[in-house]
Design a protein around this ligand. Structure first.
Ligand code: PLP
Length: 375
């Protein structure tokens, strides 16, 4: 059976060219980049050029690019490290949107246990952060503000630039989680204006377990890992050279082919939205501007639909985080005003550059058959 993959927001397949670029760094060019001999210098050269490439694609300086193990680490480091550094100035409050990834929600919990006040920014029924509320809640006590760029469950783009602008006026540090925007839009960190910006390679056909935290020059946050002098002494540990090389290649390709891929994804996504909304009791949650679509079917459990799709070799996701195989109600959809029951009726489809309209037709036919049987 031909398998169909509609879960690109969870992860994307590794680009074959990226894999080819990575392989020599597991074999002949295996040196530790911190070793001063030939083997090390070769590896260091590869890390340096990856840093230069990513910096130039993001319009940052190479010294502002920090390699991490992915989006979760970048978000954790920025939020925890930023808040703790700012506490020294007497700021003891952190602000984040109610729809952030768990990487930030959990970091906020940690900060709460350290005595920070945690303040959430609500979203409207369309899944967008309300700027007016942000302006009311961000104040002179705020250490750091996090506002994601694009949501991973709905594809809704947030007013992150405006939130950042206001937070800066209040003297707070700012973080934009750009993990779900980077595959779809070119990023210019100067235009974003935030102190920190996170991306993750496996969302743009790069390897898993590697990402970037951009930290603007002059911004001081606490160290993440002590031990080595890697990443300018802030994040110790031998660099994951193959992953860093693969990420730089994949990101360059993603940016180069972005318009063409966006067009393909848009076509497939529009076809899906058109076909799926023709089904009885179907609703789209939020207006997506990425490859992600969240759809809800009145009275139908998402687990039944996911199971039927899976039997037919079609991979989609619940509109929520799956922790140890159990589906929890989505905090994103609940924040948009959906009931717990409605979040349990929601599915996430996320399209990639290689999906086709035929695949969409097949998936929608399975959804229709299953819904008809249940009803
Ligand atoms: N932030 C967002 C918005 C995400 O969608 C994800 C992953 O799904 C992450 C952060 C975490 O990234 P990673 O899987 O690289 O840890």
């Amino acid at each position: 059976m031909e398998k169909i993959y509609f879960d690109h927001a969870a992860t994307t397949p590794l680009d074959k060219g990226a894999l080819e670029k990575m392989l020599p760094y597991y074999t002949e060019i295996f040196g530790n980049p911190d070793s001063p001999h030939f083997f090390g210098r070769k590896a260091q050269g590869a890390v340096d050029s990856a840093r230069d490439k990513i910096a130039s694609l993001l319009n940052a300086k190479p010294s502002e690019i920090y390699f991490t193990s992915g989006g979760t680490e970048s978000d954790n480091w920025a939020f925890l490290g930023g808040a703790r550094a700012k506490k020294k100035d007497g700021r003891d409050k952190v602000v984040l949107t109610a729809i952030e990834h768990h990487a930030l929600l959990s970091a906020a919990q940690t900060l709460e246990s350290e005595g920070f006040e945690v303040c959430f920014l609500p979203v409207d029924k369309d899944g967008k952060v309300c700027l007016k509320t942000a302006q009311e809640r961000i104040d002179e006590r705020t250490a750091i503000v996090a506002c994601m760029a694009a949501n991973n469950e709905t594809g809704v783009i947030q007013p992150y630039r405006e939130v950042v602008e206001y937070a800066k006026k209040m003297g707070a540090l700012t973080l934009v989680d750009g993990v779900q925007l980077a595959p779809y839009q070119r990023i210019d960190v100067k235009e974003v204006g935030a102190d920190m910006f996170s991306i993750s390679a496996h969302k743009f056909y790069g390897p898993k377990g590697v990402g970037v935290l951009y930290i603007k020059s002059g911004v001081k946050i606490e160290k993440l890992i002590v031990g080595g002098e890697q990443e300018r002494g802030l994040r110790g540990g031998t660099s994951n050279v193959p992953n860093i090389v693969g990420m730089a290649y994949a990101y360059e390709k993603c940016v180069r082919d972005m318009d063409e891929n966006n067009e393909k994804i848009e076509r497939v996504k529009n076809k899906f939205v058109q076909a799926v909304t023709a089904l009885d009791g179907a609703h789209i949650n939020g207006e997506s501007k990425t490859g992600v679509v969240s759809v809800r079917f009145d009275g139908i459990q998402n687990t039944s639909l996911l199971y039927s799709l899976d039997l037919e070799g079609i991979a989609a996701a619940a509109g929520s985080a799956c922790a140890s195989q159990s589906i929890k109600p989505s905090h994103v959809l609940m924040a948009m005003g959906l009931s717990e029951k409605q979040t349990g009726e929601s599915l996430r489809f996320s399209f990639g550059k290689d999906n086709t309209e035929e695949e969409v037709e097949k998936a929608v036919a399975v959804l229709k058959k299953t819904i008809d049987r249940i009803r």
